[in-house]
Design a protein. Sequence first.
Length: 475
Amino acid sequence: MALWGGRFAQGPEDSVFALSRSVHFDWRLAAYDLRSSMAHLAVLKKSGLLAAKEADAINAALRELATQVADGSFAPIDTDEDVHSALERGLTEKLGVVGGALRAGRSRNDQVTTDLRLFSIDHMLEIATLITHLQSAILEKAAEYVNDPAPGFTHIQHAQPVSFGHELAKHAHAFARDLDRINDWLTRTSVNSLGAGALAGSSLTLDPAFTAKNLGFDSTFANSIDAVSDRDYVAEALFICAMIGNHLSRIGEEWTLWSSQEFAWAKVADAYSTGSSIMPQKKNPDVAELARGKSGRLVGNLVSVMTMLKALPFAYNRDLQEDKEPLFDSIDTLLLVLPAVTGMIATTDFDREKMALAAPTGFSLATEIADYLAKKNVPFAQAHEAAGKCVSLCESSDRQLHQLTNSELLAVHPELDGEVRELLTVHGALSSRTTAGGTAPTLVAQQIKDALIANTTTQKEIANKQRAFSEMMSA
């Protein structure tokens, strides 16, 4: 059922209708459109724009339609242009011309952005929940390896020994920032747009604040033109999804490296691996690789919408129809990837012995020499130079740092004596890193404990928001 056409002598050409038609993807908004329609109906009834009898009939039809949409007994047909026209068709089939009364004071322009805000809030909360589950898996795995040393890397070169629990736990902190971003985004997104009309508001006695409360929004629009044209919340949601994807990609890269024969640190569970159609010995870390690969898709969706939004004039433009598919795709992608990565992490075992043996290699304890001299008030530039000379001496004689003789150490620097050897151990290096957030195992254990407590709190907060949203949707 077309929602326009009175001034047109003929309908659109088939090619134009096919280009304009969006119901094949925006039908996902149906439940949210019905809920926002109920809120709009309440305002029309409250203001006397609809008689109580008509309003009650429309409300009953909307609720019946919601049940039919949920169970699949009502669905779009070929002549429906979008989710809004399909649902109005459903109403008029039930009520006749009265079904069209709900359009008073409302345009698809304010309607669609309201629906999309509701959809986005619902699904970003779902993503947030999955992130907290992923954080739990990361932190619980990290807790298993707090006291296990491993090489720390910069530039994929051995840098300094670290607690492997510290190495794993870093990912949980990245996802904590994603959760912070989602929480901030919720505040900016929780704005009611109904009542803005096509762009200029309405001459009817509507009450946007009443509708905002009905739909669980924190506030209502301040400018009706901005209300119908604003898609910042879509772009920002896509940015958050892209950042989550990047953080997942880093996990994917590390797991792929760690499970390689060259590293042989990680043993990925069979349930999270695949084989080869030609090489029977292969065990591939496909979950890690797909997590890494999907990040490009998420970044691409962000770029697509940002490019579409660039330089749009004035209020609503049909270009904005292109906001939905990238958003839907990014949400679907994360809902697919997050549980798989969570399972992969939870079921991976690491070779403690291999990591410990690798921890001191590559002269990763050289910084201990520089720090030893710095504690003796040697300027760090000189201390750094002396430590470098020790490394060079070892390389030329195929030895490790702790094998340098007292005379060799003193020849490098007069303050460098044999006592430094007591620090040239992995255990000593780890234990000495006691600055806040450092890799000393005692600190790492507390960091993980604190992060798990914060994770539990966040899970409860998200669950409360989801419960409130579910109650609003079913009201």
